[in-house]
Write a protein that binds this ligand. Sequence first.
Ligand SMILES: Cc1ncc(COP(=O)(O)O)c(C=O)c1O
Length: 452
Amino acid sequence: MTQDWNRFLSVEAKNRHPSVMKTVGGPDIISFGCGMPHSDCFPLKGLSIKYTTPDSNFKKTAIGSNEDDANSKEGASEIYQMCQYMSASGTTYFKKWTHEHIEEFHKPAFRDWDCLIQSGATLSFDQILRMICDPEIDTILAEELTYPCFLESCKPLRLKVFGVKMDADGVDVNDLDMILTNWYEDERTKKYRKPKFYYCMPFGQNPSGITMTIQRKKDLLQICQKHDILVVEDDPYFHLQLDPSAKNVPSLLKFDTDGRVLRIDSFSKMMMPGMRISVVTANNFFVKKLTMMNELSIHSAAAPSQLIVYMLMQEWRQQGFRQWIEYIQANYRRRRDIILDAFDKYLPKSLCSWNKPSSGMFLWIKLRLDKFPKLDRSEDDSEWALELEDLVYDQALKEKIYLTKGHWFMIDDMVMAGFRATYASGEYEDLYEGSRRLGIAIRHVHENLYEK
Ligand SMILES: Cc1ncc(COP(=O)(O)O)c(C=O)c1O
């Protein structure tokens, strides 16, 4: 059944229309229309990339070149498209590759889906926020610990975010259901407009490292369907599924028969953040609106980035790309296992605990508050948790360890003191040495508070 998705649009998005400055092309058309530079005036006529090869397990390099005639009359060549203005939704060749990629890995369950190439997930969720939410009026639901940049994007729009509880399997769907069912009765929520979407990170959740189970995904979509809200699936860690036993777990898109999931993929974590390439996959109503937003802002994601990634895919082929995914999975799996081994050796289990993430780049260290009882100087438990976090954070810095504070990820004040730690970038020996120093810092804070 086709739905009228207009009900989800912000006033801003309702007032967006396709730009009149469109290119009308065709073999017989002489254009006196758009201000597109002549291809004789493009100084770039080709592009070469040096890349690592799948058959050497990404150790050796090769060179790939593209000199696809930049002066081609039809203007359809890849180099020409890289140099010229293009469709706001992406170059034709990269969009084609992206469609095939989404089909292969996500198999969307609804028919009228489409993709938009974007300049990074951060821009993608910022545009989605503006498309759906009216500043100061709308509200959003998200996991109780969530990505700070998302919260920071909500702030200038004065959008209130409400947290939903989580457990080891992902979002607590009963809590989500309760919040939405009691929205206009609950003191906390009743003066606000009911949310139009739920924002989540299904794989290797940032910061907790939790991966949502398949059952949870199905339950989540059922609740969202019941309350008629959308889901924004921000998923840069999809290809970082680390445990061979839990590989190829599908995304939410695969179970969404309505078209209520707006999925964001990013090349940042599975390849190169500097490319600034992301993909929004959603029903084509929303993709069209987002494309209109591009037309009057970035115009389109940078074409050289699209071409570089595309050329790499042409060199690697589908099989090589799959090998690449296995290669990065093995790399991050090794790092994760090393940090877990190091934590086991060096962190005081009597004072803190941590999880074993099955995807992504992060794990979550929780201080045991029963072993750090509140001191009289703090008003309440959540204030104490915050103070304790600061104490450990500062002590870790003295030991030259940088952690991200748990409170930066919290939507509401929580009686929880924790830290996000990443194993993604450190060298193996640094993962051990850092863990040793973190262990010292935690013990030091405890001794200072209670054992002096
Ligand atoms: C959940 C989440 N979304 C988005 C981003 C940023 O992605 P991008 O580099 O594509 O803007 C990150 C990066 O840490 C992230 O963890």
